[in-house]
Design a protein. Structure first.
Length: 269
């Protein structure tokens, strides 16, 4: 199964973060164990995910699995919890009995909430016990509901975030740049964003590399591709390429090949 091209969200339940964390945490999720989705789980044995530069916690509540990262396959045992930056393609090999609790941060969110810069995690799989307290991980691994797990995790994240009340200047500027890019229909160049924020393009480049780990042009291209492809798959009939910064449908197709390495097959046209 391939992210965006196929709806992997059907096999997970989701919860949005509280208002104080909404700018830094994208969502919490957990595998659906209900038998009603078992037929979907049985149809695939892996999930390929495209780059997003979003630090993500995977807390294992079930069976061992494998992850492919940078042409290397890693074994994750049933007691192991991991953090992945997702700066490149990631494939997680699944089993029908998988049960994963996930926390997905926005780019720079890990630094804003926990004071941990994500750049040092490029192309790595990090043991989550280096990031989160052992006691918290044990609470989440107990046989409790998804809502209770969210409550425990969010309580910890919020408490830590409040202690860091003076938000990092670098993170704020990067978030402002991303906001300007999205509001403008993903058509602004870095120089235009710099002008709107009264800073230089050189400064924006330095901040993006400092906070996210990649230049703004590359990150904006990923953001554009992810958003446009998601909209196209969800509603092809009403999809307008110009709404996502593409000149026309041909330009959009080329952009998707650059982003995913795959062409839109006939079933999507």
């Amino acid at each position: 199964m391939v992210e965006i091209f196929q709806n992997i969200r059907k096999i997970y339940e989701f919860s949005m973060p509280c208002e104080d964390l909404i700018n830094h945490v994208e969502f919490y999720s957990q595998s659906v164990l209900d038998s009603s989705v078992q037929h979907i789980k049985d149809k695939f044995s892996s999930v390929k995910m495209f780059p997003s530069w979003t630090p993500t916690f995977y807390i294992n509540l079930g069976a061992p699995y494998y992850i492919d990262l940078k042409n290397t396959r890693y074994y994750v045992n049933k007691e192991q919890d991991v953090l992945i930056l997702r700066n490149g393609d990631v494939t997680r090999h699944k089993l029908p009995v998988d049960n994963i609790f996930t926390v997905k941060f926005n780019p720079g969110g890990l630094e804003a909430v926990l004071g941990i810069n994500q750049v040092c995690f490029i192309d790595q799989i990090i043991n989550l016990n280096q990031i989160l307290p052992w006691q918290l991980l044990q609470k989440i691994k107990q046989p409790i509901s998804f809502e209770e797990r969210v409550m425990h995790m969010e309580s910890y994240l919020l408490k830590t975030y409040i202690k860091r009340s003076n938000q990092d200047h670098y993170v704020k500027i990067v978030n402002d740049c991303i906001g300007q890019y999205q509001v403008a229909g993903m058509q602004l160049k870095t120089s235009m964003i710099a002008e709107k924020l009264f800073i230089t393009s050189k400064t924006i480049n330095r901040y993006f590399n400092r906070v996210i780990g990649t230049p703004p042009k590359k990150y904006f291209s990923i953001l554009q591709g992810r958003n446009a492809l998601t909209a196209f798959i969800n509603d092809r009939e009403h999809f307008i390429p110009m709404d996502y910064g593409y000149y026309d449908l041909s330009h959009f197709h080329k952009g998707i090949v650059n982003f995913t390495g795959q062409r839109l097959t006939k079933q999507y046209l």
